[in-house]
Write a protein that binds this ligand. Structure first.
Ligand SMILES: Nc1ncnc2c1ncn2[C@@H]1O[C@H](COP(=O)(O)OP(=O)(O)OP(=O)(O)O)[C@@H](O)[C@H]1O
Ligand SMILES: [Mg+2]
Length: 502
């Protein structure tokens, strides 16, 4: 028996109605390694993770752990055999204390005479967390933790369950740079403890930073498994294998700027109750205005308030020189101002409805109230955006919940684009989309601006932001602290954003 491998995936196939998500997938994970799984949106990464975690049962194939074939009926079975998963939607229970959540389902180990000794539980929890270098107050409620801390708690739970394999599905998508660095330290520590990790990410720099091997999936098939070496040749190879074409040929640059001084949106001394302080800016016709800032710079708070009218305490807003009073989303949309929210699942999408009822929603409202003609037009728009944004789906009538994470994101964007607004505010439009699509989205944004739309784009992905923007505003602590019109310099911009430069 070959015992070099902690996990062997052998010939796995998985079918959903209308889609074969995985086709004869085989690869092996060596003990003590971080193994990346990459591929375009809809390639099958999350499906594979869910099969390993016992959420889905494959129609074909086998999984071996430590050389033994396993067959899971549910996630609990997989957990028992040493597999833990850090999903993107974290599974911590907000109302418990940190210690209670850590030992959820295992409270009986602290019970004596029918009572649970919370003191013992707290001490034990502290020990486990200390050991990982986490500094939580274990008696605090889980709801008081940040996303990154909740993720750390999930990792601590995995370690507490003696996980041999930890599956991480896009773990950095809601983390700041500093939190990502911290996660990498934790991953290294886990590796030292003998844990193997499967790591899904659309960020190749992360993969080349912490992974030992990378398996590339395309259209549900394994294209290759490579040893990670930090050189450009391997990077290019991974990207080309992922998207099946040469990426260097489709790089967008802002090539044709519209030269207009017409102001379409202006904020004057805009302040909100959640931390935006005296912000003033102007957006020109046909312009792409980039907004950069670190977590806590209040980028989202500013633009959400402009769109919804919520939390605004002071300031004026002008659209095409007209003062706008008391905005709300309906009025904004009626004034042709659209907003792509950052938290798509909470604000942007009806997961239980088909794509064809999501995309035309802003334009027409609820389908049940529409006449035949509008329904027909809605379906046409749906098909148009499925093509334009390359949304991977067997049909326009597919329920959005059944799409892959990145394709759900595209539906939210399509919904906004279909509304045909003149001013678009896009909050982190590149999160969760694959490298190829990222470039396609930037091309679309570029085209929209060239057609005379005005676009504000908030993004933490600085290289992309620099490529697409005509002008960049840097925010820190609720204020716009710098405007950069040309000669974008990545280091300089970061320095302003983190307060190293004033
Ligand atoms: N529950 C489901 N029902 C129907 N189809 C599904 C279901 N889950 C996934 N699929 C389909 O299986 C394919 C693979 O999806 P999966 O979520 O594994 O992709 P992914 O590689 O994780 O993509 P992303 O990078 O966008 O997260 C997609 O075509 C998706 O639409
Ligand atoms: Mg996924």
């Amino acid at each position: 028996m070959d015992n070099n491998y902690i996990l062997e995936i052998d010939n796995i196939s998985k079918y959903f109605p209308g889609v074969q998500a995985l086709k004869n997938v085989s690869f092996k994970i060596k003990k003590n390694t971080v193994h990346a799984l990459v591929g375009e949106n809809g390639a099958g990464k999350s499906t594979l993770i869910k099969i390993i975690a016992g959420v889905y049962t494959p129609e074909e194939g086998e999984i071996k752990i430590d050389g033994n074939i396993v067959s899971y009926k549910n996630p609990a079975d997989s957990l028992k055999s040493g597999i833990s998963t850090i999903y993107q939607e974290l599974s911590v229970v907000d109302d418990l204390t940190i210690a209670q959540d850590l030992f959820f389902g295992e409270e009986s180990i602290f019970s004596r005479g029918g009572f649970i000794s919370f003191k013992k539980m707290n001490n034990e929890a502290k020990k486990i967390l200390d050991n990982l270098g986490f500094t939580f107050n274990v008696t605090k409620k889980v709801s008081s933790l940040s996303v990154s801390e909740k993720q750390q708690l999930e990792i601590a739970k995995a370690v507490n369950k003696n996980a041999k394999i930890i599956l991480m599905d896009e773990p950095t998508s809601a983390l700041s740079d500093k939190e990502i660095e911290n996660l990498f330290k934790i991953i290294k520590k886990l590796k030292e403890k003998g844990v193997s990790i499967i790591y899904i990410s659309h960020h190749l720099d992360e993969i080349f930073n912490i992974c030992d091997y990378v398996t590339i999936l395309r259209d549900g098939m394994v294209i290759d498994t490579l040893e990670v070496e930090n050189n450009q040749e391997v990077k290019d190879k991974v990207v080309n294998q992922m998207i099946g074409k040469d990426l260097s040929k489709i790089k967008t640059n802002r090539f044709k700027k519209i030269n207009s001084d017409k102001i379409v949106l202006e904020a004057k001394d805009f302040s909100t109750s959640n931390g935006v302080k005296n912000v003033s800016f102007k957006l020109k016709y046909g312009e792409i205005l980039g907004i950069y800032g670190t977590v806590g710079s209040k980028r989202t708070e500013l633009f959400k308030s402009i769109f919804t009218g919520q939390n605004k305490i002071e300031g004026q807003l002008y659209s095409k020189s007209k003062l706008i009073l008391n905005t709300n989303p309906e009025k904004s949309i009626a004034g042709k101002l659209g907003f792509l929210p950052e938290s798509r699942k909470e604000e942007g999408i009806f997961l239980g409805l088909p794509i064809s009822k999501n995309i035309p929603f802003i334009l027409y409202g609820e389908e049940s109230k529409l006449g035949f003609l509008k329904q027909k037009k809605g379906l046409e728009a749906t098909k148009k955006y499925i093509n334009l944004l390359n949304i991977k789906t067997p049909s326009p009538h597919q329920i959005v919940a059944n799409l892959s994470g990145g394709n759900q994101q595209k539906v939210v964007l399509a919904k906004l684009l279909a509304a045909d607004c003149d001013i678009l505010i896009l909050d982190e439009p590149l999160v969760g989309v694959d490298v190829g699509t990222k470039n396609e989205l930037l091309d679309i944004v570029n085209d929209l601006a060239n057609e005379g739309k005005s676009i504000i784009i908030i993004s933490s992905e600085l290289p992309e932001l620099l490529r697409i923007s005509d002008r960049i505003l840097i925010m820190r602590n609720g204020e716009i602290i710098k405007e950069i019109i040309e000669n974008f310099d990545q280091k300089e911009i970061i320095s302003y954003a983190i307060g190293g430069k004033k």
